[in-house]
Design a protein around this ligand. Structure first.
Ligand code: X8Z
Ligand code: ZN
Length: 580
């Protein structure tokens, strides 16, 4: 041991061998996971679980082995690599091999249970999956149909509950072996600051945006009361969430028609335009690629088009939740989506391609630095680009009529706010709940009650009818059974406006932020690339500075973007109840 710390080359040799080994395992795990996610069977589930178990095992062994080196004697680069090695897992297997296998099996099973969820709507011809049931939530305005689709989907949680509580116990055991208090503490340690400071940081950002959220909530509730009546939507209480157009009420954009500012027409509807123009899914993806290329970034490799799964296959079970993949960490980039021809999915395509372009930009980094500055950066990248999908840009694609009267700014901003501002407390609350589950302050017997307590407190929403402990409603949201941390999306929803503001300035585009598109700006592209290619090699404030010149995450960009809407909402709400 002492000889290792005394030999300055030892840590380099250790890291270089570790990176080779981890890369090998990552490729193998990606391949197994891809096959599982695009063809769910008991066999692919077992293969994926085995590959995941192996790669977790190796990472944990290496992280433990790295403790023998004296951090004080290392170069900064090596110290950072060892830190990232220790923090790279979101799930840590306990050292007992059988328990480790059980844990990765549990996650694969929970994901499978979620993917197989079905519900036969009242009077419907056939059972529907999440996509079909979500369509009812977005399209129907019939309270009973909405409640039935919502309740029907949420039954999927029942089959996840027991696996989830066992997974919590085992994952914590693994995290503790690595020296963390619990899995939540591990997740919160990934932000280049002490975990306690990170909690304060999130709360600070939430405080910046909360008054705006409450204002939007009040306006939306009043309009829903007008539509559905005070018996169904309480004038002073939380909004029954099945009226909000999305299975989890994480985005309210699809009920825009009920909420449009009086005097504005229906507004521009991208879904309708895509359908009317006969746009195909590959064309939607090509538009996305075209945007990145206009910034001076390279085309997607031919294999992207051959290997991606862009639509839902009819003949087999797949994981429909959208994701982006970098199978070989060189150029085998792919996305997996059950894309539908909608404005929402047009945005998701840009989101996923953002992951791919980020992955490619840091591919030249050493293995342990091949990641974003922090996970919120990864989630923000594509959304930043999607903020540039303005009416003027769509006209350029031929998807909007350039001669049509410019849409009212309030209408435009309200639509965006229904997607982005409505999301904020949701993005926060999922991990607030999970952190408490992992640290034991929420016991399995109170999973559901605490879930709804938090959702009511932060989001101001309630379920259609009281929910008991036989249900497990967190399990009806993909990231919970799939073990994907969620606060990254909260951060991304703040960061994307900070990024957008900086890139718009860099591109030299004039006018209000919500009308500005960076399309075609190679200057903006260079800024973006300068940030992305750093990967995880530097603490995230350095990456933020490379893109924005700022070193703190800040909701100022978001507040500036929405300022005209906020003033209008506050005026609309005068003399009306706000809060719940
Ligand atoms: O899961 C996603 C992406 C894949 S990383 C489609 N998102 C969150 C969600 O769907 O809940 C994007 C926004 C929030
Ligand atoms: Zn994402």
């Amino acid at each position: 041991m002492a000889s290792d710390t005394a030999d300055p080359g030892a840590v380099d040799r250790f890291l270089s061998a570790a990176e080779d080994q981890l890369l090998d395992l990552a490729v193998e795990t990606n391949q197994a996971d891809w096959v599982h996610a695009t063809y769910i069977t008991p066999d692919t589930e077992a293969l994926a679980a085995r590959a995941t178990a192996r790669s977790i095992r190796t990472t944990v062994d290496l992280a433990k082995a790295s403790r023998r080196f004296d951090a004080a004697a290392m170069t900064e680069v090596d110290r950072r690599k060892i830190r990232l090695l220790r923090l790279s897992l979101t799930l840590v297997a306990p050292s007992d091999p059988l328990t480790a296998r059980e844990l990765s099996g549990l996650v694969a099973t929970m994901e499978g249970t979620f993917a197989r969820g079905r519900h036969l709507p009242r009077g419907g011809p056939e059972p529907l999956d999440l996509q079909g049931l979500s369509r009812i939530l977005t399209e129907s305005r019939d309270p009973d149909a909405l409640e039935d689709a919502w309740t029907g989907w949420h039954r999927v949680g029942r089959g996840i509950r027991d696996d989830f509580s066992r997974y919590v116990a085992l994952a914590n055991q693994g995290a503790q072996e690595l020296g963390f208090d619990d899995t939540g503490a591990l997740w919160r340690s990934k932000y280049d600051m002490p975990p306690a400071d990170f909690l304060k940081e999130i709360e600070r950002l939430w405080q910046q945006v909360e008054p705006f959220y409450r204002s939007l909530h009040a306006y939306v509730r009043r309009r829903l009361v007008a539509r559905y009546g005070p018996q169904r939507v309480p004038e002073h209480g939380p909004i029954p969430l099945h009226f909000l157009g999305n299975m989890w009420a994480q985005s309210w954009e699809t009920v825009y028609d009920l909420l449009a500012p009086p005097g504005t027409a229906g507004g521009f509807d991208l879904t309708r335009s895509l359908v009317e123009h006969g746009t195909t899914v590959p064309q939607m993806v090509a538009h996305g690629e075209g945007f990145f290329r206009s910034l001076g970034l390279p085309p997607l490799p031919p294999s992207f088009w051959e290997r991606s799964m862009l639509t839902r296959p009819k003949d087999r079970e797949v994981v429909c939740h959208a994701s982006a993949w970098d199978i070989d960490q060189v150029d085998d980039l792919r996305i997996k989506m059950c894309t539908e021809i909608t404005g929402e999915d047009f945005g998701v395509i840009h989101h996923e391609l953002g992951h791919n372009y980020y992955q490619r930009a840091y591919a030249d980094q050493p293995y342990l630095f091949r990641d974003s500055a922090h996970d919120g950066f990864h989630e923000a990248l594509g959304d930043t680009i999607a903020l540039s999908i303005t009416p003027a840009y769509l006209a350029r694609l031929g998807l909007a009529d350039p001669a049509a009267p410019a849409e009212d700014d309030r209408a435009l901003l309200l639509r965006t706010a229904l997607a982005k501002i409505a999301f904020l407390p949701f993005g926060y609350v999922i991990d607030l709940w999970r952190w408490k589950v992992f640290d034991g302050s929420i016991a399995p017997g109170e999973y559901n009650r605490t879930w709804w307590d938090l959702r009511r407190r932060y989001q101001g929403v309630a379920p259609p009818a009281p929910r008991g402990e036989d249900e497990f409603d967190p399990g009806a949201k993909y990231h919970v059974p799939a073990n994907v941390p969620y606060v990254r999306y909260f951060l991304a929803h703040i960061l994307q406006f900070q990024f957008h503001r900086a890139l718009v300035r860099e591109a030299g585009v004039e006018g209000p932020l919500h009308r500005a598109s960076i399309y075609g700006s190679e200057a903006a592209g260079r800024r973006l690339l300068a940030m992305m290619r750093l990967g995880a090699s530097r603490p995230w404030p350095d990456a933020l500075e490379a893109l924005t010149g700022e070193r703190q995450m800040d909701a100022g960009g978001l507040l500036e973007y929405f300022a005209p809407l906020r003033a209008w909402l506050d005026e609309q709400n005068r003399g009306h109840p706000v809060g719940w």
